[in-house]
Write a protein that binds this ligand. Structure first.
Ligand code: NZQ
Ligand code: ZN
Length: 386
């Protein structure tokens, strides 16, 4: 196990009806003027924005609304929101939505107090200071409700990249599984694919002797696997949605990643698909990750075989590579069963686009630690996903 520090200061408020308490928690954080960010309309249609407004009113907190964050969020929205937040003297960002809304709130939170271009943070500058961010989560997926990360597409280059800083971890996150009941099946499946991917990025490591996080990763993957189909069949299955919601948070607040080197190559490969072709993040990962696994299997066939046995129920055998490959096939079958694409063709991405994807990937800084990818590796992985 490697040395590590781990600080996860977010207060999680989990369960039915908890969104009505958002004003109370914002007040406890000293919020006086809140910018409420939300997406393309689902939170308005469900009545959630109205509930949030009433709760803030009841707590005596002034607020402005900023709707219209799009999935795979973009820099122009952030610039506009930073300008509005400065003009209105906003001192607290409240994200009501999923990863795209939360990441935009974090970008604005960092940008408002920064005397420069907020995109500097997405070009490698660590975020040291930001307005506090609170969250009311509506989709179990990205884990941004507990993470120090934000991912934005820079529209001047169309590169999608992350920025990070402990001050970006939300001060509170309200997690009510009932708020996910309105999700389309496709979005539930995208979320499942993403939370599993967050665990894979940590599980596939060259770091040895980290039994605690190995087993936590496997346990979370089993819980996700076992709840997935229930939530897809009946989006109002509270217990299944509750398992997915808590799993998505734990998959990415890094409790499963401490003390080990992490990979993140598949996320980098997937981000370029989202930036160029607007593929949903989870769908892009469903296409990329099985191909990455097949390509990287010889890095440590025993590790891939262990996941095959412990998560996908493959019979152990002498031939580790055969066991590992059988596990990858189980994962692909699982993705298909929940309605995820598993090929680039299903995302309408043609072979001729691969050189541009590779070029963008390396313009964004390259990818991978478990296997550090060369441009030829990245091209081969995209080709395996055709
Ligand atoms: O915009 P609205 O109308 O709200 O619709 C959204 C959107 O179309 C819809 N939705 C959300 N909650 C709903 C709902 N529809 C009905 N009922 C509800 N309760 O779902 C769609 C997708 O929303 P989005 O926020 O984009 O989903 P997700 O949470 O998967 O976030 C994806 C973004 O997060 C980034 C991804 O790259 C992507 O941009 N990530 C952020 C991470 C982080 N900050 O730590 C880590 C992840 O790896 C990921 O990269
Ligand atoms: Zn992700």
């Amino acid at each position: 196990m490697d040395n590590f520090t781990f600080k996860s200061p977010t207060q999680f408020i989990f369960g039915r009806g908890t969104q009505t308490q958002v004003g109370k928690y914002a007040a406890r954080c000293g919020a006086k003027k809140v910018m409420v960010l939300y997406g393309g309309g689902s939170a308005v249609r469900s009545g959630l924005i109205q509930t949030v407004a009433e709760s803030l009113d009841a707590a005596g907190i002034d607020f402005i609304m900023a709707g219209g964050v799009q999935p795979n969020p973009v820099s122009s929205f952030v610039y506009d929101a930073i300008a509005a937040a400065r003009e209105e003297k906003v001192d607290f960002m409240l994200a009501v939505g999923g990863g795209s809304v939360i990441d935009t709130a974090k970008a604005v939170a960092a940008g408002v107090v920064y005397d420069g271009d907020f995109l500097d943070f997405y070009r490698g500058k660590p975020v040291k200071e930001a307005l506090p961010v609170g969250v009311v989560l509506t989709i179990s997926a990205a884990g941004s409700e507990g993470s120090p990360n934000t991912v934005i597409t820079d529209e001047s280059t169309m590169i999608k990249k992350g920025a990070s800083g402990d001050c970006l971890r939300p001060v509170f996150s309200i997690l009510n599984p009932e708020l996910t009941f309105t999700l389309p099946k496709y979005q539930i499946a995208c979320g499942i694919s993403d939370m599993m991917a967050h665990i894979f990025e940590r599980y596939f490591t060259k770091t040895r002797d980290n039994a605690v996080t190995d087993r936590m990763c496997e346990g979370l993957l089993l819980a996700i696997r076992d709840s997935a189909m229930r939530a897809i069949i009946d989006s109002e299955d509270y217990e299944a949605q509750a398992a997915l919601m808590w799993a998505s948070t734990l998959a990415h607040n890094n409790i499963c990643g401490v003390g080990r080197e992490q990979d993140w190559g598949s996320h980098a490969l997937a981000h370029q698909l989202s930036a160029l072709f607007d593929a949903a993040h989870g769908a892009a990962l469903a296409v990329v990750f099985p191909a990455w696994m097949k390509y990287c299997i010889d890095e440590d066939a025993e590790l891939f075989a262990r996941m095959a046995v412990n998560v996908w129920g493959v019979e152990p055998a002498e031939d580790k590579k055969a066991v590992a490959l059988a596990g990858i096939e189980c994962y692909i079958d699982f993705l298909r069963s929940i309605g995820m694409p598993t090929t680039l063709a299903q995302l309408d991405v043609e072979e001729k686009e691969i050189p541009r994807l590779v070029e963008l990937l390396f313009a964004a800084g390259g990818a991978g630690r478990f296997k550090k990818l060369t441009p030829a590796d990245a091209e081969a992985i995209y080709r395996l996903a055709l």
